[in-house]
Design a protein around this ligand. Structure first.
Ligand SMILES: *Cc1c(COP(=O)(O)O)cnc(C)c1O
Length: 430
């Protein structure tokens, strides 16, 4: 008899961003298969994947084109190193990323997660400034409530106290600016620009903060302030990239070309770990020189530019073209906004924020102990959808390929689950 995965999980696993004490008291939902917008558990129950497997699935699960591309690559080679060797998939993908990126981003440095993509941009920006003689530029400007990953460097430029405060003594110093407030960015740069190597932002939407949406013109203004002060701009498109906000990259919507663009989550269509940090020829050239000049970028991860991941990423871009994903997304964004207007009107809901296919629904104030977001998640499961809360906020991030019918079902489940969770709570406390 096969071992029970739920039992093995409780005996041996430790889950990310999870208080294991609560986890071990509930039966885990064990996903065995996927199909389009659905994930399917070991009992054969189907759930709409309302968080796109943590914001990374793009064209649905088991997409035949991406599946075939990975199989095809397996038959040649699954991994060879990028340190001292190249391979066709990595080279072709670099060219295709450059072709779709904002103009001027011409160089691609691979890694394997969003956190490393951000760390690499920080290290490159720092080293670039040092090497061009700007030795005083040793720090960074970040936004409050920012999220750029969980490694120590990316946590240093993060601003979500719940996740980041514990590590304060381990972090390097930064200057913080108010999200979406250009005047505050101007204040910070006027005061500290001489010591700043780069500003790092999540363009248009701060995802992990609960979808903080910046006002129109903000990103443009940040770009202009950076230019005025000789400061580099890092746009972390790990969450917003690959269509999430309605365009391939969020930067496009403000006509902004950053000095660094970080990509991960959607890059392989949600199949395999891969990340890329794109930068300009100017930054790249700042690292050129004879070995003894010590301008080399000494950074690299073992699985950087993995061949299977690059094959998946190329197929992901093929599907964007063959299925006209972005074009077909627009009416679905309009439908989602219409459905959200209904949810915003619920008495249990205090605010709704969205940009493209990134949605946050704030529940009315409840004490954290009630774990209201968690209750909504459980209610949604019973109704056939996977969603994941951030505290009292319900977050919805569907695959871009979701059908209009599936989107309607997902949002109905979401509304019903919010009402059921709050009704059951009132019932318990009455
Ligand atoms: C998810 C995320 C990251 C971290 O990516 P990982 O692959 O989880 O390390 C970084 N930046 C942003 C904006 C993200 O949403």
């Amino acid at each position: 008899m096969a071992a029970d995965p739920a039992r093995l999980d409780h005996d041996h696993l430790w889950h990310p961003f999870t208080q294991q004490q609560g986890w071990s008291e509930e039966a885990p939902l064990v996903i065995e298969r996927g199909e389009g917008s659905y994930v399917i558990d070991v009992e054969g129950r189907r759930y709409i994947d309302g968080n796109a497997s943590l914001w990374c699935n793009v064209h649905g699960h088991r997409h035949p084109v991406i599946d075939a591309a990975i199989r095809d690559q397996i038959d040649r080679i699954s991994h060879s190193t990028m340190l001292g060797l190249s391979h066709p998939g990595a080279a072709e993908l670099a060219a295709r990323l450059v072709a779709i990126a904002p103009p001027g981003l011409s160089r691609v440095f691979y890694s394997d997660s969003g956190s490393t993509a951000a760390e690499i941009a920080l290290k490159m920006a720092f080293q670039y400034q040092q090497q061009r003689g700007e030795r005083g530029r040793r720090t960074f400007v970040r936004l409050r409530e920012a999220y750029h990953g969980d490694t120590i460097g990316s946590v240093s430029v993060g601003g979500i106290d719940l996740f980041h405060a514990t590590y304060q003594p381990l972090l390097f110093e930064t200057h913080a600016a108010e999200p979406g407030n250009a005047a505050d960015m101007e204040r910070v740069l006027d005061a500290y620009a001489d010591e700043v190597a780069a500003v790092i932002v999540e363009p248009l939407v701060q995802g992990a903060a609960g979808m903080i949406v910046h006002p129109p013109g903000y990103l443009r203004a940040v770009r202009e302030l950076c230019d005025r002060h000789g400061v580099l701009l890092i746009c972390d498109e790990v969450a917003t990239g690959f269509g999430r906000t309605g365009t391939m990259f969020a930067c496009e919507q403000e006509g902004v070309v950053p000095d660094f663009m970080c990509l991960a989550k959607g890059i392989t269509g949600g199949y395999l770990p891969l990340a890329a940090t794109l930068t300009t020829e100017a930054v790249y050239e700042g690292f050129l020189g004879a070995p003894e000049e010590q301008r080399t970028f000494y950074h690299g991860h073992t699985y950087t530019g993995n061949a299977l991941a690059c094959a998946a990423a190329l197929a992901n871009l093929d599907v964007f073209e063959s299925e006209r994903t972005l074009e077909r997304l627009q009416p679905k964004i309009a439908l989602l906004e219409e459905l959200l207007a209904g949810i915003a009107a619920l008495p249990e809901v205090s605010a709704v924020r969205s940009r493209g296919f990134m949605v946050a629904i704030d529940l009315n104030d409840h004490s954290a102990a009630l774990r209201m977001g968690h209750r909504v998640t459980n209610e949604a499961r019973e109704r056939g959808a996977i969603i994941r809360p951030l505290g009292n906020t319900v977050v919805i991030v569907p695959p871009l390929s979701i059908s209009e019918q599936e989107l309607r079902t997902l949002m109905t489940i979401c509304a019903d689950s919010i009402q059921a969770a709050i009704a059951s709570q009132l019932h318990q406390t009455a």
